[in-house]
Design a protein around this ligand. Sequence first.
Ligand code: NAD
Length: 431
Amino acid sequence: MKQAKQLVASQRAFFYTGQTKNIEYRIHALQQLRQGIEKYQQRILDALHIDLNKSETEAYNSEIRIVLGELDFALEHLMEWAAPRAVPTSAVIPDGTSTIYPEPYGVALIIAPWNYPFQLAFGPLIGAIAAGNCAVIKPSELTPAVSRLTNDLITDIFPEEYVAVMEGEVETSTALLKEKFDYIFFTGSTGVGRIVMKAAAEHLTPVTLELGGKSPVIVHKDADLKLAAQRIVRGKFLNAGQTCVAPDYLLVHQDVHDKLLEEIGEEIQDKFGKDVMGNPGFPHIVNTRNFDRLSVFLEDGHALIGGRSDRDQLLIEPTLVGNVDWDSPVMQEEIFGPILPVMTYDDLNPLLAEIVRRPKPLALYLFTQHEELQNQVLDQVSFGGGCINDTLSHMTSHYLPFGGVGESGMGSYHGQQSFEVFSHHKSILKR
Ligand code: NAD
């Protein structure tokens, strides 16, 4: 096994040769990465099938396509992002000019989770390379086929002193976190985010933490219910609910509860068939530990839709649970599975107060045409990002920085922001 210390030392030495700062070098590296992904595409799809039972369509659309889109966007704009930025100079220094120079931090550590194991390792890597850094990727041990494939792909295209993969379990992360990195980009749970930030503090290493949390979806009485049902089902049951920005719980106005549930039931059948358990393309739960954790929630309240599960196959069918309240076990932690608790409301105000009282969500989704209500929610509730009359789509735009706030994370990336997050901005006043 590679040693963390030597690896970081060799990357730092390589960084100081200055090669990775060269824009042509970065562009060439991004092109190599693109070719590598194309060459390994079938293996990526196979690995995602082995680890999570993702169908080829789902795996391509929610992992490979997103990474390729980010790559192409970076290739198209890198020259302008990396150029020095002239800014005005204050009038008290009339003979001065001011410029901001984006520069790479040095050696970056990228720690990835298991739920989108390809996208969440390679997406941040694009930013690290574009900004001119070296990088070490630590994939999740819970998706071993993708972890191996990540190692093979990267080893095939990059020298270890530039980009390397260190596979392994928690001890590997722990060993890496003891080393001094120049930037740490972590995606995973809030609990491990705290561990990462503590370790980073030892070396005063800046961090981005892309964490999780409970993201509400609110459906008001004036919403287009068919559309809301379609978009909630897509957002909630993609990857069997194992999506950081999946709607975690549903708050629906009491007047439209029955109709919305009817629409959601129909949409689930349309999308996954009458017997989801027999649908070979429905992703499974990542392991028995998570399956058992989720099974407890199936006992919470009562199933309004679905409710069946199969431990041998690690399958849980899309399930909506009623008869729950803010104190129910299912409302105490991020669900991260295909279970959606439903609560009704009459007055939105106490509901918003309850959301604000809790940790800031990673995402929030609101279905209403009512502009005043949209503004009220945006004004009162702090959350990472989200959608009005949709779910998940905010994270697919190159123009919307993606990240959490408070316990759902700090910092953001995607599009140009991926370049910025891996860059230090050196401000120079010249006289
Ligand atoms: P996790 O925190 O358990 O693991 C993430 C990574 O950290 C893995 O590589 C793992 O090996 C490593 N790790 C685990 N324990 C560690 C420790 N004690 N010390 C150091 N490293 C350790 O998260 P997960 O279960 O892989 O992913 C699920 C979580 O990630 C959910 O909370 C989800 O919301 C969140 N998530 C967030 C985003 C986002 O973009 N904000 C995206 C995907 C997942």
